[in-house]
Each structure stands twice: as structure tokens, then as C-alpha cells.
Ligand binder design. Structure first.
Ligand SMILES: [Fe+2]
Length: 187
């Protein structure tokens, strides 16, 4: 197993609009408003999401779909970070844009990971994603991708959302346990 070096991939989803409608209808119920991250276990929502479930089944990932994180970015700057100190864990995010994702990007960087215990994130409900931030002095942007489309994000590379408007941006971020390194050809 090799650490992935690509920043993002663009999955093709034939029925994207229907899936977005379904996710908007069901997942927004879990938007707690004050939180930037609402973590929802797959068992809680599987049955309400037949289209998304079928998509994951077709991709061969349904059995390892563990949770979906409703991520809200609202007129704020987030520190570039990796999602987990151990690159083998929490390495990929399957993102589907839900609301106000136009004119926004996922930006990737090179930089020195700050090797200290992660601070407890008050916005993270019921989970410690063990993320690490990057020394701001060392940051160099390496690429960015329009976030208004479905994306696979390599969360082992420092990244952050950048939004050029003031509306709350919402994304559904599907995560997998055990991690799905075998799904990608990282060699
Ligand atoms: Fe992240």
C-alpha cells in the first residue's frame, strides 16, 4: 500500500441531480446549525437514502460506508490540515455538493505538518478525526479544484475549503472504514 499522491479525482455520477435532491431532503435534517461538522452514521440514514446507497453499491463501497459528514463552511478561513496523522486512516472523502458550492474550491498545499496533539475541535460532534494542521509559514498552494461537483478528495494532502461568497456552503462527505485504499490505483 502506498500513500496516495493525487489531490482529487472526479467521479462520474449519472443521476447526480436526483442524488443531490435525496441528500438535501434527508441529510439537512441533521444540520445542527451551530456545528460545522454533523457526523451521521450510515446505519442511521441508509434506508432514507436509496439512491446514494445504490450508487455506493455499484461502486463496491457500500459495505465499508461508515458515516457521512455534513460539512458547513460559513464565511470563515479554515487552517489547511490533513484529516488524520496516520495517512492510512481517514484518507479519502467522497464529496457531493449540496448547497451554495458555486464559487468555492478545495485547495491543496505542500507544507510542514505540525506534529503535536490535535486540539479538541468544538465543532466536531462525537468524534476526534485526529487531524493535524500545517505550519502557516511553510504553506505553498499546489492545486485547487472547483468544489461545485462530486469529488474524491485525498485528505492525506494538506487541504482546506475556500469560499468566495458569504452564504453557508454545505457538502456531504462520505467516509469509509476500513479505509478503501484498494479502490484506488495509487501505484
Ligand atoms: Fe479535511
Amino acid at each position: 500500500m502506498k500513500k496516495p499522491t493525487w489531490c482529487y479525482k472526479k467521479p462520474i455520477i449519472d443521476n447526480l441531480e436526483e442524488i443531490q435532491q435525496e441528500l438535501n431532503l434527508e441529510l439537512l435534517k441533521y444540520n445542527r446549525g451551530v456545528y460545522n461538522f454533523s457526523r451521521i452514521k450510515s446505519e442511521e440514514v441508509k434506508e432514507q437514502l436509496p439512491l446514494a446507497s445504490t450508487l455506493l453499491q455499484d461502486m463496491g463501497l457500500y459495505d465499508r460506508w461508515s458515516h457521512v459528514i455534513l460539512v458547513k463552511v460559513e464565511n470563515e478561513q479554515w487552517n489547511p490540515h490533513i484529516d488524520c496523522f496516520d495517512w492510512k486512516v481517514n484518507s479519502y472523502s467522497f464529496n457531493i455538493p449540496l448547497k451554495n458550492c458555486e464559487n468555492s474550491y478545495t485547495v491543496f498545499y505542500e507544507g510542514n505538518i505540525i506534529n503535536e496533539k490535535p486540539q479538541k475541535n468544538k465543532y466536531m460532534r462525537g468524534t476526534d478525526e485526529s487531524h493535524r494542521t500545517v505550519d502557516p509559514e511553510s504553506l505553498v498552494e499546489i492545486c485547487r479544484v472547483d468544489a461545485n461537483q462530486p469529488l474524491w478528495i485525498n485528505t492525506t494532502i494538506p487541504h482546506t475549503p475556500i469560499v468566495y461568497h458569504k452564504k453557508p456552503r454545505l457538502n456531504a462527505c462520505f467516509r469509509f472504514i476500513p479505509e478503501i485504499h484498494d479502490y484506488f490505483d495509487n501505484d
